[in-house]
Design a protein around this ligand. Structure first.
Ligand code: ADP
Ligand code: ADP
Length: 234
């Protein structure tokens, strides 16, 4: 079974008298272990679409099924549980600048039943996993963009999610740093079995790490294929 299925998902925004159809009848399936890319120009609807997967954006119509649950139809409690299995990273990292690196990660461990010491240990392990051992006590402003994104990835992994959503996570980074973050994401996919859904306006980013790519244009899915097929038919 697919881990994520979108069925005829549409999202409309009403701005004053104008209706913007940001996402129009999108149907797609993401299998467990996929690195699934959603590619399109700025304004195509990628961000709106990916946000429906954790219901940060409620669809106007259609079904969003995550791990077999139709998440638009479940209770608030069940939705919280579903969201725990989904981590998310962003273009601008969303770190707490007033907290050092290890405390940023501890914050994401939230209300888990771990003791303070266990939380610190777990956060340190997560930082090791993303290649930031030794940076625990450093503040975000002292880090490079790539290092900040690694902290954000550690935060996103805090609750052992099955799915990682990436919203333009390399768009603020130079090509070399982009490559190193993509290498990390590939490793997490392989070693943790993490399913990754990433959106990007850079086809080469998707081609680098995705096994499947969907192309979205003006809110509509115009192509969906194995990434080598997209490569042959740009
Ligand atoms: P992308 O991520 O591909 O750049 P978005 O999903 O951000 O595209 O935006 C798709 C369309 O929906 C754009 O026309 C955008 O202006 C519009 N849009 C996005 N969010 C909102 C919102 N909260 N209110 C109104 N319009 C929005
Ligand atoms: P503070 O005012 O405590 O110093 P920041 O200004 O450093 O916080 O916050 C940085 C960004 O992180 C803000 O845009 C905020 O919305 C975001 N943020 C706050 N809490 C979280 C969280 N739990 N997960 C992700 N981002 C968060």
């Amino acid at each position: 079974d697919p881990v994520i299925a979108l069925k005829d998902v549409s999202v409309e925004f009403k701005n004053k008298n104008k209706v913007v159809q940001a996402v129009h009848n999108v149907t797609l399936e993401v299998d467990r272990g996929d690195v699934f890319g959603i590619v399109g120009y700025s304004g195509a609807g990628k961000s709106t679409l990916i946000r429906t997967i954790n219901l940060l954006q409620k669809p106007t119509s259609g079904e969003v099924i995550v791990n077999g649950q139709q998440i638009t139809k479940i209770s608030a409690k069940e939705l919280r549980k579903s969201r725990e299995k989904i981590g998310m990273i962003f273009q601008h990292f969303n770190l707490m600048n007033s907290l050092n690196v290890v405390d940023n990660v501890i914050l994401s461990l939230g209300h888990s039943s771990l003791s303070k010491r266990e939380k610190c240990q777990r956060a340190t392990e997560l930082l090791h996993l993303v290649g930031l051992s030794g940076k625990e006590k450093v503040y975000p402003r002292q880090l490079s963009g790539g290092q900040k994104q690694r902290v954000a990835i550690a935060r996103a992994l805090a609750n052992n999610p099955e799915i990682l959503l990436s919203d333009e996570s390399t768009s603020a980074l130079d090509p070399q740093t982009t490559a190193s973050i993509l290498t990390l994401l590939k490793r997490l996919n392989r070693e943790l079995g993490l399913t990754i859904v990433l959106i990007t306006h850079q086809l080469e980013v998707a081609e680098d790490i995705c096994n499947r790519i969907a192309v979205i244009n003006d809110g509509e899915l115009v192509e969906q294929a194995e990434s080598y097929q997209i490569l042959l038919n740009p």
